[in-house]
Design a protein around this ligand. Structure first.
Ligand SMILES: *[C@@H]1O[C@H](CO)[C@@H](O)[C@H](O)[C@H]1NC(C)=O
Ligand SMILES: *[C@@H]1O[C@H](CO)[C@@H](O)[C@H](O)[C@H]1NC(C)=O
Ligand SMILES: *[C@@H]1O[C@H](CO)[C@@H](O)[C@H](O)[C@H]1NC(C)=O
Ligand SMILES: *[C@@H]1O[C@H](CO)[C@@H](O)[C@H](O)[C@H]1NC(C)=O
Ligand SMILES: *[C@@H]1O[C@H](CO)[C@@H](O)[C@H](O)[C@H]1NC(C)=O
Ligand SMILES: *[C@@H]1O[C@H](CO)[C@@H](O)[C@H](O)[C@H]1NC(C)=O
Length: 927
């Protein structure tokens, strides 16, 4: 034996080095472990894995895997992307024109499967590689780099995507020979005849391919001598390692390998078969066999030793639909049966076309420029991978133009963006729609080239300065142009010659508002009214609660209290900045929670989620601790949902999340304690029996809750639907500031193309929108319906459903409707507030409530319409002239008068303004 081995090795090595370019150890390798605390060396391979924090800094999306669904031991963390749609991509650097293997691993914890138990998709660059089902552990693709990076993207499908490890490895060219416009998806990489010994990878395989054992019951395994491997020069990059080649299977007549779990549909496959003759005594012509794929002959009389060497491999193409049979049959005249050492099967996926290179570079530049001024902006953070495919970026619209995608729409409205507009926006030559409205963009408006295809430009509600350039007003295709509500923009009338151009001529008309100037003035008015009616400290706390770090305790609160009133008024207007900066959620240990609640001593409530306990944090903050019970109807999905929404969405009228604990399968959320309980308690619960809630307070609670909901509905340009609005979910803090709670069921509104069927109908009887219930079509207007019911509760002091009342009064809505239709408001008003309200204000509230519950959803008011109505009602209820005087005495008049001067064009007398001035009603008593 020894003799022929020494003969074989030189031939073998020579042969391999001709075929495969040799490379040094782990050159071209990139290994990423998601959520790893630091870089580390993997014990079994000796490869260095780096963390992904430079790509994704968010630690709340990290999961510890304690009980993997399938036994798998190498790594125990995963990153789960809770995204509503779209994709998240890992940008990995590559060398152009090199061929790579890219492998993703998807480990998942049995206990945290939900909401990770549904499939998602994976793409290499823009080419979809396949679907990852919960039972899939790995996906591997082979591609040729076309630039200095590759995106590995996880695409939201039915499920939230997750990933634990990513491995990029340089591969021999040959894999893609003749398939340059394709990406390969690995179906199988089989090491034959290896018995039950483990899988083989790096360092044995210099390309870190993972060779798995495949058993073929009818075949006889052959094994080669170990002595052979001790020759280091024999292990050459490219071929399977000798550990793989030294074993094989053989059979006197035929070998058959069946893969019948392939994707349905006709696909191209590439098979690579590896042969090393293991029987020294055989000569050329003694072992010959025919190779069939799906009963079609691919090679006739294949002879490993035909050219005198012992090694051969062969690449086969095949077409298959669902199943693939590889069969090796002894050729006629051959002495020995077929032999096979290893094989690989790939599905050939045609490469998808990327977005037009010019547009791609421009939009990447736009993102980069925007990021300079807008770090941690959620819209920009979601801009990952290719702007158009497999799923366009949020706010980006694309069209296919001669085979590749171009960007035709850029809608960044209401995205909390600031800083100048990136000049490169003007280089998007196919852009038709540009909407930058409702942001804080500043600087001057750039010049657009005459060749621009823009048809619609909206720059309104920003802080642009200077002149509106003629280059925009004269754009040839322009059909609409809005630039109002930019206080710093020159009032000089631009030369708008195109008479059919839809425009606001720079005037500040807010969308959907009946009175153009009302919105701004009224919000200032109500801010001030809140100030007076609730007390300055209370208001301050309400607005700034989240800003005060618990550890700062009273010290910082006192300090903040001394801030001048003018500052407060000013700050109220720059709410957005505050909202952006307040996301700081703590992670608590179970031990800490147990200490804080004195081992769950005081139960303060119970809901679908579980129990709520009162507690005190170490720094003295009073908290409500929501503990998920084993029998909870709300599952992990709701927990994650609430965690995700609350960590992103903050508003003074939404209950903030202080922190959470996820330990030993316990899921706990910690909120500030709301000392005045829920609106429900106050309206008809125990506390209501002691002291009736007066009408002005009811009104301000309704307004607060409506503002909170408006914020949800307009969050980052994406509507978030609460789905469980009810009076018991509107909580009242110590200053009676309303805060909407319980986001467990909340959802992003479905967008075009979303599957609606996956949304189960959720809500509470009595509040549930009948239209949503029957059509299962979820929209923000379902919340509006529920809010209408809450308004009726506020007016009537009655429960939405009470079967202890006479039959015709069981349902609040059905009982109240006829009275409202007949304008008999007095019949439905809570007897407890009789005589304590202004009829006009009451009528406004009832009217808007009626619109919410009576109209088909499309005709119901939006939450912002409701806010305006309630603001009107509150102004009517309170005394506007009192307000003007007090604002003056508080020193806030400067800000106010600036607002008036800038927003009201002298030509149009503001009826609203004079209306407010002329109101002479009473002011609510401070509580
Ligand atoms: C996982 O490992 C445990 C212990 O090693 C074993 O009892 C169990 O059968 C394994 N489960 C699977 C699915 O392999
Ligand atoms: C496999 O298919 C590719 C592309 O169709 C072709 O270029 C190549 O020559 C084929 N290889 C074999 C062995 O048939
Ligand atoms: C090798 O081939 C010879 C001749 O065909 C045969 O007699 C012998 O059994 C084979 N050895 C093995 C290990 O299969
Ligand atoms: C593959 O082989 C099996 C068993 O011989 C057979 O039942 C099946 O039809 C074959 N499939 C194809 C596509 O030839
Ligand atoms: C991208 O689009 C522009 C204009 O639409 C065109 O001139 C250019 O050739 C395209 N680039 C590529 C790489 O297709
Ligand atoms: C990926 O990273 C490279 C290098 O850092 C960068 O040039 C490229 O623009 C990035 N690609 C995307 C799509 O972000």
């Amino acid at each position: 034996m020894d003799n022929w081995i020494s003969r074989l090795v030189p031939v073998y090595v020579l042969c391999l080095s001709v075929i495969f370019r040799s490379a040094s150890a782990d050159e071209g390798f990139l290994s990423i472990s998601c959520c790893a605390d630091s870089d580390y060396t993997d014990q079994s391979t000796g490869l260095i894995y780096t963390s992904d924090y430079t790509l994704f800094s968010d630690r709340t999306s990290c999961r510890h895997i304690t009980k993997p669904v399938i036994n798998y031991t190498s790594y125990d963390r995963a990153r789960a992307f809770h995204i509503d749609k779209g994709k998240r991509c890992f940008n990995l650097s590559t060398v152009k024109d090199q061929v790579y293997l890219l492998r993703g691993r998807f480990l998942i914890d049995e206990s945290s499967r939900e909401p990770l138990d549904s499939p998602f998709k994976v793409s290499i660059g823009v080419t979809l590689l396949g679907v990852v089902e919960p039972q899939d552990l790995e996906i591997e693709g082979v591609f040729r780099a076309t630039k200095n990076y590759i995106d590995f993207c996880l695409v939201k499908d039915e499920g939230d995507p997750y990933i634990s490890q990513l491995e990029l490895r340089l591969l021999p060219e040959e894999y893609l020979l003749g398939l340059n416009s394709s990406v390969l998806k690995l179906i199988s990489r089989s090491n034959l005849g290896n018995g039950s010994r483990g899988e083989i990878r790096y360092p044995d395989d210099k390309s870190d391919r993972i060779w798995k054992n495949t058993s073929t019951p009818s075949a006889v395994p052959l094994s080669f001598l170990d002595a052979y491997i001790s020759n280091p020069s024999a292990n050459v990059n490219g071929t399977p390692p000798l550990q793989v080649l030294k074993t094989a299977v053989t059979h006197p007549d035929r070998l058959q390998f069946t893969h019948d779990d392939l994707e349905n549909g006709v696909f191209e496959y590439r098979l690579i078969l590896y042969f090393l003759e293991l029987n020294d005594t055989l000569k050329a012509g003694q072992r010959m066999f025919d190779i069939y794929v799906n009963n079609e002959i691919k090679k006739k009389g294949f002879d490993i030793k035909a050219e005198g060497s012992n090694y051969k491999h062969t690449v086969l193409n095949a077409t298959a639909n669902g199943s693939l049979n590889l069969t090796l049959i002894k050729a006629s005249g051959s002495e020995s049966g077929p032999l096979c050492n290893a094989y690989e099967i790939f599905q050939v996926r045609p490469r998808a076309e990327e977005t037009n290179q010019t547009d791609l570079e421009v939009i990447l530049g736009v993102r980069e420029t925007l990021l300079l001024q807008n770090q941690a902006n959620q819209v920009l953070e979601s801009w990952s991978g290719d702007p158009c495919i497999p799923f366009p970026w949020q706010g980006v619209g694309c069209e296919s133009l001669s085979g590749s995608y171009v960007i035709t729409q850029l809608d960044l409205s209401s995205s909390n963006l600031k800083g100048p507009i990136p000049l490169s926006v003007t280089e998007l030559t196919n852009l038709k729609i540009l909407n930058l409205s409702h942001n804080n963009f500043n600087g001057s408006i750039p010049q657009f080239p005459h060749s621009s295809m823009l048809t619609s430009v909206d720059l309104s509600h920003n802080d642009f300065i200077g002149l509106l350039p003629d280059s925009i007003t004269k754009l040839p295709s322009l059909q609409s142009l809005y630039f109002g509500c930019n206080p710093g923009l020159s009032q000089e009338n631009p030369s708008i010659m195109n008479s059919s151009l839809k425009t606001d001529y720079g005037r500040c008309k807010s969308k959907g508002s009946r009175f153009p100037q009302q919105e701004i003035i009224i919000s200032t008015v109500t801010c001030a009214l809140f100030l007076i009616s609730l007390g300055i400290g209370a208001l301050f706390f309400c607005r700034y609660r989240e800003k005060l770090k618990p550890s700062d305790g009273f010290g910082s609160k006192r300090h903040a209290m001394t801030t001048s009133i003018a500052d407060i008024i000013f700050s109220l207007t720059s709410k957005d900045d505050f909202l952006k900066n307040s996301a700081c959620i703590q992670t608590y240990t179970l031990e800490y929670i147990e200490a804080a609640t004195e081992s769950y001593k005081t139960l303060i409530g119970e809901g679908g989620f579980g129990s709520v306990y009162r507690g005190v944090l170490q720094d003295g903050t009073e908290v409500a601790v929501k503990v998920r019970s084993a029998t909870s109807t709300q599952g992990t999905r709701e927990f994650d949902n609430e965690l995700k929404l609350l960590s992103e969405i903050r508003h003074e009228n939404l209950v903030p999340l202080l922190g959470y604990c996820r330990e030993n399968e316990q899921q706990i959320l910690v909120y500030p304690f709301m000392s005045n309980g829920s609106l429900q308690d106050r309206l008809y619960g125990e506390p209501a029996k002691r002291k009736v809630l007066d009408w002005p307070t009811r009104l301000s609670v309704a307004l607060g809750a409506a503002r909170g909901l408006t914020h949800l509905h307009t969050f980052e340009g994406r509507t978030v639907i609460h789905r469980d609005i009810k009076s018991s979910n509107i909580l009242l803090d110590h200053s009676m500031c309303a805060k909407v709670a319980d986001f467990g069921f909340s959802k992003y509104a479905p967008q075009e193309g979303d599957s609606v069927a996956s949304l189960e109908v959720r809500g509470t009887a009595g509040y549930l929108d009948p239209e949503y219930y029957t059509t299962q079509q979820l929209s923000a207007k379902s919340d509006v319906y529920s809010f209408g019911v809450v308004l009726l509760e506020i007016v009537s002091g009655r429960e939405p459903i009470n079967i202890r009342r006479p039959r015709n009064q069981w349902s609040l809505v059905e009982w109240a409707k006829p009275y409202i239709r007949e304008s008999k408001i007095d019949e439905i008003v809570d007897p407890g507030i009789k005589g304590g309200y202004h009829a006009e204000a009451m009528w406004r509230v009832v009217e808007v409530a009626y619109q919410c519950i009576e109209l088909p959803s499309a005709h119901r008011p939006s939450m912002s319409d409701i806010v305006r109505e309630l603001e009107d009602a509150l102004i009517i209820e309170n005394n506007a002239s009192e307000y003007m005087r007090s604002i003056d005495s508080l020193g806030g008049s400067n800000r106010y008068s600036i607002v008036i001067e800038q927003r009201v064009p002298p030509s149009t007398p503001s009826t609203t303004e004079s209306n407010i001035m002329n109101k002479s009603l009473s002011l609510p008593q401070p509580r």
